[in-house]
Structures are given as structure tokens and as C-alpha cells.
Design a protein around this ligand. Structure first.
Ligand SMILES: *[C@@H]1O[C@H](CO)[C@@H](O)[C@H](O)[C@H]1NC(C)=O
Ligand SMILES: *[C@@H]1O[C@H](CO)[C@@H](O)[C@H](O)[C@H]1NC(C)=O
Ligand SMILES: *[C@@H]1O[C@H](CO)[C@@H](O)[C@H](O)[C@H]1NC(C)=O
Ligand SMILES: [Ca+2]
Length: 801
């Protein structure tokens, strides 16, 4: 299996373990779920509201909706004399305007599209009784609900009917509930700062999908490449054309071997594709006994805009590959209109070719960023050298070279720049896969040395080369160690319209660990934030999911600038388990109509296959009260203003200590423990028995994992401890689910014990931790500060959307 170096898992290397789902390991402090009546997140209106001004900064109404509410208000108030007006105008306004509340779906019981929506928002009892006493005459105008008509004379019944299951959300108490208001409209993060995002499934059934690109031709189609050498056309409605756009699977060199880095690796459309129909592909081929990478140009067919003219191939460049790994594979056009080609260092380990490797050798095309001009190549050479390429004058250097010192850049992208200021526009970001220790993110600049093999990340790899003062290399903007992942997949700077909070975030991932990560530039520094999947109700919007397959192969941007990634459960070029996900921020969307576009019509001559999503939202409950509540911030919350302005009207209830989900959504089963309990006196402990220790409050559903082996208790120490490992432990203990895989000795260090297990890799179905893959008992390379823990649960909470 290992034709690449055997010591280090590299790109597309992985253990034979078949993993299906990875669940983000992060935990939200409370269940917050701002949602509008259209089942989408709230937004900041484009145009200032005139009527429901309390929701002008953030809510669920745009100007148009606000105008409708004004009209409705006057229609109702027309029925009242001066006295009625004075008493009730305020109430009517408030009740009508709750449609604009960021929690409108909660207030109107509209979180699930299939249940009836309330006509009057859920009211807190004290407010309801004031309202009833003063203004019950307005009720017939506010609601056509026959049940309300029936009970409207009876305060108790009416107010019972208007109560919410979920007391924390009733109006107006929710306004003064800090937990509901303090970070409203900002990207949600858990206590560890992990950003809670959600996903939308966009395509599935793909075999190692490694590129998704658009043609920038106004059609909003997207083209998805599979490693075997097929490219599929998808329309903007996500239907797929039955006939492939391109099929060069016969020419492409790859195999079913999980971890084969060869194959169809890259695809890009000419920036003027709309006019010249040209596109470029990057793939592995076998020529005689040699393996090569080939960069070719194709034309779209003259009679079908969804098919490439397969006879139009012209080979632009071929480079010999001395080994099967590190084949690079990125192609892109940067803002200068030139074609950029990202090659790998040629393979094996440590870039062993020549005196100091390929990457530092400017006579070699491997381990480089190349830049060529493919315009006007109908006659004469297939490509030309841009006149300002940096090494044209250097003797022995290849003129195609734009930057060097590259190991195996896997996925690069061009920043579109801030939508308003254009700041950042044109920057090229890459993930460069590391050797033994570090993965890095680089911004590519002309003529610069990216360090390999002298350096890996910020550290020296080849000490002699590293010490050479003429190295003059650029350091990465970010590097992470192999504790976090072992093969970076570069992503994109988000510049889309749908999710304003994500603007400027560089989102990327790791192929091996399945981690999603982000960087944001803050006064010249790149700030790191992990990305988790939203837990609890965070992603409970129709069509969203909160889990993905582990092997993150590639990222993508659609024509409108929205962000996607592709991952698979089985990274083999023949396994159809690849899925494309759109990244969604549930905390805030753009105002309606702002992101509207009309795709140009596409003439389809093939059968269309309708998209059927297969992924589901999984129930991961955030444990409450895990850590002390964060102190309320003193930031100028928009709601504080509202509360102040409403003055005495809003009673300030004591803050509820927990925010619970509506019983409609959750059914809490009694927490039965069938498993062995550590307080039971067990006559003879069996090998592999586990126990949870270290929760300060002594709860039995959480703690550090300790295992009994060969006559003693010891700890499990693992920096890559996953939710699947946690699931096995929890089931062993009689719980149904794992809610969190706690790492880094969250439940304290088991200092007095031996470390008995390390590198545990469960599939999630094993009956005990000992049945999972692990290194030998007692063998480890960790310390107690990495002691693993779990939080278990029994809820069978399932959200139906
Ligand atoms: C792609 O082409 C190969 C032969 O070159 C053929 O066997 C295969 O069926 C084609 N695949 C599709 C999906 O058209
Ligand atoms: C640099 O690469 C070229 C082309 O592969 C090779 O011929 C040459 O020997 C290499 N130089 C060194 C110093 O390794
Ligand atoms: C440092 O690098 C330069 C250029 O690559 C080379 O000419 C020189 O011999 C190197 N010096 C040492 C001490 O290796
Ligand atoms: Ca580097």
C-alpha cells in the first residue's frame, strides 16, 4: 500500500479503517436558535425600518415586510376611538412586530414547517394578563384562530393558550434574557472558541470529488471532477446532467487503491471562457514506463454547451514524476489572467532528488508554482512566458517558475477581495502539505521561496539548508502540527453574499483528521479559529445538516462566491461516497433579495438527474452548565437599547439558569445505566472495563476515561480522541450517545495512574474500547495533559425537517 514513504501519512494516505461520519467535537453553551418565520436565520435589513424600529439592527423583517405591518396596524387601529388608541396602540404594535423578532419562529411556534403557526406570539403570563385587561377588544383584529375566539373572554384560558412550552422565549421576557440576546447576530462559538457552522448537502454519490469549479459564464453551473477522470455538469438547481462534461478516464492514471495520489487532479476555466470556450486540466498519465503529470487545454463542444470537445485536447506541458506521490494538482487563473500551475516536489519523502531536492532547484519544474500565458496560443507556441516572470534572467532557471520551495500544495485559491472595499483581492492562498510535523498555509508571492525542504512550516527540516543565509524564504501565515491533522487541504477566503459574518474568513481543512479550520486577518496577524458543527438546535433549519464525511478532499466557490467543500468516507477513486457540502452560518444571513441572481439559461441535451439529499441532521445535545456561564459582555447590545427604551413596560425576570428546548423537540428519557457502575462493588474486574472520573460535581455521565487492564486502572491519553471513541465508551457504560469527546484533560489529569491506551481509533460500533485499534497497552507518546474524557447522554432527540 505504501508506495510513498512508509513513515509518514501523506496526502491521501490513510489507514484501512473505514470511517463513515465524523462529528464535530465541540459544544455550545446553550441552545440558541434565532430563526425567522421563513425558517431561515435573521438578518440586518438593508433599508431602515420605519415601524418595527426595535428590530432595525437585526431581525426578520425587511423594509417591505415592515411596511406591510404598518398597513396592518392602521387597519386595526382604525377600529378604535381615542381611548382605545391610547390604551392599546402600544400592545398592537408590539404584538405585530414580533414577526420581526430574531426569535420569530420560536415566538410563533414555527420552527417546524409542518406544525401550525400561531397567530399571536407566545406571551409571558404577566404581560398577557396586562394585555387582556386593557385591550382584549383588539383580539378579534389580531387573530382569526377559532380557538382564540372561543377563549378570548376568559383571561386564564386565553393566557394559557398564548403561553409557550419553552418559557424562556415568551414575549417580552426573551428581550431581557442575556443568553438569548448577547451574541445575537454574531457567529456562534462554543466555550473553546470553536465556530458553530452548519452545512447543506449539495451533491452526493461522487467518487473522490477533488475539484468543483464554475465557468464564470453567468450560468451558475458547477463542474465537479472525480479522480478517475470524469467531470460532471450540475445546473444551478443542483440537478446533474447524465452525460459527463468530460471523460478522459481512459487516459488518466490512477487506481482504486485508497491513497493513490495520482489521477485527474485539477480543472480550471479560462477567465474568458464565455467567449473562447477554453478550459485546462491537470492529470497523471503513463507514457511508456514513465509516469507524468500533464496539463492540457480543451475546448467546449460547438454543439453542446455541456460537453467538452474530446478531440480538442492540446498538451500544454508534461513533467516527469519520479514517484507516485506529491503530484501537485492545482490549476488556476489569478487576477493577472495567467495560468498558475502548482506542482509537487516529485515524491518519496524529504524531497531527495538531486543535491538539495527539486523544490529548491530552479532548473526543475517540480516543487514549484509555475506561471504561463496561454492566451492567443492558436498559432505558435502553446504557452508563452509572462515577461515579468521572476527568474527569466537567472542562468539555468526555468522561466516558467513564479515561486519555489513548494512541497505539495494541495488546493489554492484566489481571494475575490472584500465585496465593498476590494481589500485582499487577488491574493493566492495555498495549503502546503507537510512531511513529518507541520502543515502550512501560504500566500503566494512572485519570486519567493516557500522554504521546503529547508523548512517545514516554521521549523527547520534540512538543518544545513535551513542555516544557509541565502535561503531568504517566506514563512507561512499559519502552520499546525500533526497533532491537529496530517494533510492540509487549502480552502477559500469567504467572499459570498449569503453569510455576512463569514466575510474575510479563510476556511480550510485537514484531509486526515477531518478538522475544519479558519483564519481571519486582524491588523496584520492571522487569527485561528476551529470550525465545529452546530450542536443542539443550532443547525435545525430545513435542509441543513451538522455532520460530514471525514476525508476533506477539496474546497470550492460557486459563481456567486458561496463556499463549499468535498469530502468522502472512503477515499478511493472508485468509492461513490463523496459528498459536496455548502457552508452555512446559522447566526445571520444577508437580507432577502440582496443576494439574488438570475442564472443565464442553459440548453440541456442530456437527461437530467434530480438531486436527492441523503445526509441528515444528527442530534448532538449540548451539555448545559459544563463550565461557568461566560460573564455577560458589556458590549452595546442592540436589545439593551430596546429594553431601555421600553422602560417599565418590560418586567425583568430573574435570569433563567438553563435554556431548554421545547418539549416538542426533545424527549428526555430517564437516564438508565445498564452498564457497570464504578460505585458497585464488582468482585472481579474484567479487562477493558471503563469508568468516568473527574467531574467536579460527581455526575456519572461525564468524566475522564479510565480503563482497567491487567490488574490496574489507567488513563487513556489521546490528542486525536474522537466522538466515535467516545461513543464506544458511552455505550460500554450504558448510555446511548456520546455528546462530546473531551480532550486535553478537560476532566483533569489522572496523574497517579499509568497511561494505558494511546492512539485509539474506533469505528464506533465496537463493543468496548479495547476492541478499537490502538497502540500496544502501555505504549504511548503522550502525557497526562492529553487525558481523554467523554460526556454521554441518552436523549433520542431527533429533529425532523
Ligand atoms: C467514460 O469513457 C470510458 C471509455 O473511455 C467508458 O468506458 C465509460 O463508460 C465512460 N463513462 C461515462 C460515465 O460515460
Ligand atoms: C536540478 O534539476 C535538474 C533538472 O531536474 C537536474 O538536472 C540537476 O541535476 C539538478 N541540480 C541539482 C544541484 O540537484
Ligand atoms: C547557500 O546557498 C547558496 C545558493 O543556493 C549556495 O551557493 C551556497 O553554497 C550555500 N552555502 C552553504 C554553506 O551551503
Ligand atoms: Ca514553507
Amino acid at each position: 500500500m505504501q508506495r510513498c514513504d512508509g513513515r509518514v501519512p501523506d496526502r491521501l494516505w490513510f489507514s484501512p479503517l473505514v470511517v463513515v461520519y465524523v462529528v464535530a467535537l465541540c459544544v455550545a453553551p446553550v441552545v440558541l436558535h434565532p430563526q425567522c418565520l421563513d425558517f431561515k436565520p435573521p438578518f440586518r435589513p438593508l433599508r431602515e425600518l420605519q415601524f418595527c424600529v426595535m428590530y432595525k439592527e437585526f431581525g426578520c423583517c425587511d423594509y417591505q415586510k415592515d411596511q406591510e405591518l404598518i398597513t396592518k396596524y392602521y387597519r386595526i387601529m382604525d377600529n378604535f376611538d381615542h381611548h382605545g388608541y391610547t390604551n392599546c396602540a402600544g400592545f398592537v404594535l408590539e404584538l405585530l412586530c414580533q414577526e420581526c423578532s430574531p426569535y420569530a419562529a420560536h415566538l410563533f411556534d414555527a420552527e417546524v414547517p409542518t406544525t401550525p403557526v400561531r397567530t399571536i406570539p407566545g406571551l409571558c403570563p404577566d404581560y398577557c394578563s396586562q394585555f387582556w385587561k386593557k385591550c382584549s377588544s383588539t383580539i378579534p383584529f389580531l387573530s382569526d384562530d377559532p380557538h382564540i375566539a372561543k377563549v378570548k373572554e376568559d383571561q386564564t384560558h386565553l393566557c394559557q393558550y398564548l403561553e409557550l412550552d419553552d418559557v424562556d422565549y415568551c414575549y417580552p421576557h426573551l428581550l431581557s434574557n442575556q443568553k438569548l440576546t448577547q451574541n445575537l447576530g454574531r457567529v456562534k462559538s462554543d466555550l473553546d472558541g470553536c465556530l458553530q457552522l452548519c452545512l447543506e448537502e449539495v451533491a452526493n454519490g461522487l467518487r473522490n470529488p477533488l475539484a468543483m469549479v464554475h465557468a464564470n459564464d453567468g450560468t451558475h453551473r458547477f463542474f465537479v471532477a472525480e479522480q478517475v477522470g470524469l467531470v460532471w455538469t450540475y445546473l444551478s438547481d443542483r440537478s446533474k446532467l447524465e452525460r459527463p462534461f468530460l471523460n478522459i478516464s481512459k487516459a488518466v492514471l490512477t487506481s482504486a487503491w485508497e491513497g493513490d495520489e495520482r489521477g485527474f487532479l485539477g480543472l480550471t476555466f479560462h477567465p474568458k471562457y464565455k467567449y473562447n470556450g477554453k478550459l485546462y486540466v491537470y492529470y497523471s498519465v503513463e507514457v511508456g514506463f514513465d509516469e507524468r503529470i500533464r496539463i492540457s487545454e480543451f475546448h467546449v463542444s460547438a454543439n453542446d454547451m455541456n460537453v467538452v470537445d474530446h478531440a480538442s485536447e492540446r498538451v500544454i506541458l508534461e513533467i516527469d514524476e519520479p514517484a507516485s506521490n506529491h503530484n501537485g494538482g492545482q490549476l488556476l487563473f489569478a487576477d493577472d489572467g495567467y495560468l498558475y500551475v502548482f506542482t509537487g516536489d516529485g515524491g518519496m519523502a524529504g524531497d531527495p532528488f538531486g543535491k538539495y531536492g527539486n523544490a529548491q532547484n530552479k532548473s526543475a519544474l517540480l516543487g514549484k508554482v509555475l506561471r504561463i500565458d496561454v492566451d492567443d496560443n492558436e498559432r505558435g507556441p502553446l504557452y508563452r512566458i509572462p515577461p515579468d516572470n521572476p527568474f527569466i534572467q537567472e542562468r539555468g532557471a526555468r522561466p516558467e517558475i513564479y515561486a519555489y520551495g513548494v512541497r505539495n500544495m494541495w488546493r489554492c485559491s484566489v481571494d475575490r477581495g472584500d465585496p465593498r472595499t476590494k481589500e485582499g483581492k487577488g491574493r493566492v492562498f495555498c495549503g502546503d502539505v507537510g512531511q513529518n510535523k507541520f502543515e502550512e498555509i501560504d500566500i503566494i508571492e512572485k519570486g519567493r521561496n516557500y522554504g521546503w525542504r529547508a523548512k517545514e512550516g516554521f521549523s527547520c527540516y534540512d538543518k544545513k539548508l535551513c542555516a544557509n543565509s541565502s535561503l531568504d524564504d517566506v514563512l507561512p501565515i499559519y502552520a499546525y502540527s500533526h497533532k491537529m491533522g496530517k494533510s492540509v487541504t487549502g480552502g477559500y477566503v469567504y467572499r459570498g453574499c449569503d453569510y455576512p459574518n463569514m466575510n474575510g474568513m479563510y476556511i480550510f481543512g485537514d484531509f486526515m483528521s477531518g478538522r475544519l479550520m479558519s483564519l481571519r486577518e486582524d491588523t496584520g496577524e492571522w487569527k485561528y479559529n476551529e470550525i465545529c458543527m452546530g450542536m443542539g438546535l443550532t443547525c435545525a433549519f430545513p435542509g441543513l445538516v451538522n455532520n460530514y464525511h471525514q476525508y476533506i478532499i477539496s474546497f470550492a466557490e460557486d459563481e456567486a462566491g458561496e463556499l463549499y467543500f468535498m469530502s468522502t468516507g472512503i477515499p478511493s477513486a472508485t468509492s461513490p461516497s463523496g459528498v459536496i457540502y455548502k457552508v452555512v452560518d446559522p447566526s445571520r444571513r444577508a437580507p432577502p433579495r440582496q443576494c439574488h441572481y438570475d442564472p443565464l439559461p442553459v440548453r440541456v441535451k442530456s437527461n437530467l438527474i434530480k438531486f436527492v439529499p441523503l445526509e441528515t441532521l444528527i442530534s448532538v445535545e449540548p451539555p448545559n452548565k459544563m463550565k461557568p456561564e461566560p460573564k455577560p459582555t458589556e458590549s452595546s447590545d442592540w436589545l439593551q437599547e430596546l429594553i431601555d427604551s421600553l422602560g417599565g413596560l418590560v418586567p425583568t425576570p430573574p435570569l433563567p439558569t438553563t435554556t431548554t428546548k421545547s418539549p416538542r423537540h426533545s424527549r428526555q428519557n430517564g437516564r438508565h445505566r445498564k452498564g457497570k457502575s464504578r460505585t458497585e462493588s464488582v468482585p472481579e474486574l474484567q479487562n477493558g472495563v471503563v469508568r468516568l472520573v473527574g467531574d467536579e460535581q460527581g455526575r456519572r455521565d461525564r468524566g475522564r476515561v479510565e480503563i482497567y487492564l491487567n490488574g490496574e486502572w489507567g488513563t487513556v491519553c489521546d490528542d486525536l480522541w474522537t466522538i466515535k471513541n467516545a461513543a464506544v465508551v458511552c455505550r460500554q457504560l450504558g448510555f446511548r450517545y456520546a455528546l462530546k469527546a473531551a480532550k486535553n484533560s478537560e476532566f483533569g489529569e489522572g496523574k497517579d495512574l499509568q497511561i494505558l491506551l494511546d492512539d485509539v481509533q474506533c469505528e464506533g460500533t465496537e463493543s468496548g474500547l479495547l476492541d478499537c485499534k490502538h497502540v500496544g497497552v502501555g505504549t504511548h507518546n503522550c502525557a497526562h495533559y492529553e487525558d481523554a474524557g467523554v460526556i454521554c447522554g441518552n436523549s433520542d432527540y431527533v429533529i425532523q425537517v
